[in-house]
Design a protein around this ligand. Structure first.
Ligand code: AMP
Ligand code: GLY
Length: 420
């Protein structure tokens, strides 16, 4: 079958890497793709939010399955457009994408369906929001309502920082219209985990767990990013917490989706915080995570085309998902300055020196006249699978040293605290 993957990150490279192993995948296209996806698929120069052009491309090229990476495409209504036109697509409708597209909607959804989450208040008015800070203790969390590439969450240590954050979002529009409305919420202390789940008809089936590192620098310092590294499985999951997550979070989230009549055929990615008072939801995403995909998908031994088709048809069973016991670690090589301003177009060297025990998934890269250049903030995701997390971690760090570009930086503490 002919498959179209929408997106251009390491997530999409990892998805394509896995799809390419399926006997069902005859030809894969990626829109717009990067230098890594071009090795396994044909890149098509259409942007992720150009829903009409993507649909026309899918029609003209007899695409039988479209898999959507980024939230922006889903929020723009790509699934509704494709389904209305009779094209099979993996990803929720616009009515489901809003769970990620609006933090206020998702917090209200969690409150309505009694899903454990941080206490919060939402505001559309700057002065009222500044008053609202007084209802919380410090640190306090301030979030832009709309999409901000994972960067619209600000953790503020005192009132002054909180007021500045509100000015940045609501007055100076640091994230554009995403900051027209904001959420102020209680700061949760604990250990984070990512749980990606297939939502198939009236079932929600979790994948293997992961742990993302959101802050730019070691020891969780610096600004929030899209994610600087990841490992899977996440050791905080135990039999007891799995049961709690199933009844308090997964079952209730599914009940909410069904009760709201949301057409959700795709992935519900739940960001969790394991706190002393139980497991709470930090956020919902409506797609594969990045960098979660780079550690979870290489651990899937089942055929991804098969799994995705069954999810769309609503026939997926837990037993359709088979996983290796091997552990996975990924570390992101990023451009100097990320997540704020950074340069693009810098040549990357040393890729040929990386051992074949690791996989280099490309994120912000492009191939220009045979040279691989940087083309984004997160540039590469270096991934290894091994018998233990420790060994996988060692492989990644040994190999990332082979790669160079001006300004390149990466966290040196990814998976450091993992127990084995
Ligand atoms: P979100 O986009 O809502 O997942 O937030 C991005 C990151 O900010 C999360 O992965 C957490 O590291 C952090 N964060 C968000 N909300 C909270 C909270 N209520 N308490 C503590 N940290 C948070
Ligand atoms: N790694 C978090 C995300 O994909 O949003």
């Amino acid at each position: 079958m002919k498959i179209l993957v929408v997106g251009n990150g390491a997530r999409e490279h990892a998805i394509i890497w896995k799809l390419a192993q399926s006997p069902k995948a005859q030809k894969i296209y990626c829109a717009p793709g990067n230098a890594g996806t071009a090795l396994l698929a044909e890149n098509v120069n259409i942007g992720v939010e150009e829903v009409e052009s993507l649909f026309t491309f899918a029609q003209k090229n007899d695409i039988e399955l479209t898999i959507v990476g980024p939230e922006a495409s889903l929020v723009a209504g790509i699934s509704d457009k494709f389904r209305a036109g009779g094209k099979k697509i993996f990803g929720p409708s616009k009515s489901g994408a809003i769970l990620e597209g609006s933090k206020i909607y998702s917090k209200d959804f969690m409150q309505k369906y009694k899903i454990p989450t941080a206490a919060y208040k939402s505001y559309t008015n700057l002065e009222q929001a500044k008053e609202g800070i007084n209802l919380f203790s410090f640190p306090v969390v301030i979030k832009a309502d709309g999409l901000a590439a994972g960067k619209g969450v600000l953790i503020c240590q005192n009132k002054q920082e909180a007021e500045t954050a509100l000015d940045d979002l609501m007055l100076d529009k640091k994230f554009g219209n995403a900051g027209n409305q904001i959420v102020i919420e209680e700061f949760l202390e604990g250990t984070e985990a990512s749980l990606l789940c297939f939502v198939a008809g009236n079932k929600i089936i979790p994948m293997e767990s992961a742990r993302d590192y959101k802050r730019a620098f070691d020891n969780d310092e610096g600004l929030n990013t899209g994610g600087m590294g990841c490992f899977s499985p996440n050791y905080v999951f135990t039999k007891d917490t799995e049961q709690e997550i199933q009844t308090e979070i997964l079952d209730k989230s599914l009940h909410g989706l069904l009760s709201e009549n949301i057409d959700f055929r795709g992935i519900l990615f739940i960001g969790l915080m394991f706190t002393k008072k139980g497991v709470k939801v930090l956020e919902y995403n409506v797609r594969f995570g990045d960098p979660e995909t780079e550690v979870v998908i290489p651990r899937l031994t089942s055929d991804l085309v098969d799994v995705i088709e069954k999810t769309i048809d609503g026939t997926l069973e837990t037993t359709d998902l088979q996983w290796t016991d091997k552990k996975a670690v990924t570390v992101i090589a990023a451009s100097g300055g990320y997540p704020e301003n950074y340069k693009k177009g810098i040549e990357i060297s040393g890729l040929e020196n990386v051992s074949n025990q690791v996989i280099v998934f490309h994120a912000g890269t492009e191939n220009k006249n045979g040279k691989i250049l940087t083309n984004g903030g997160r540039v590469l995701a270096i991934t290894a699978l091994a018998e233990t997390t420790k060994k996988a971690r060692q492989l990644v760090y040994e190999n990332i040293k082979q790669i160079h570009f001006d300004g390149m930086f990466y966290r040196s503490d990814i998976a450091k605290e993992s127990k084995e």
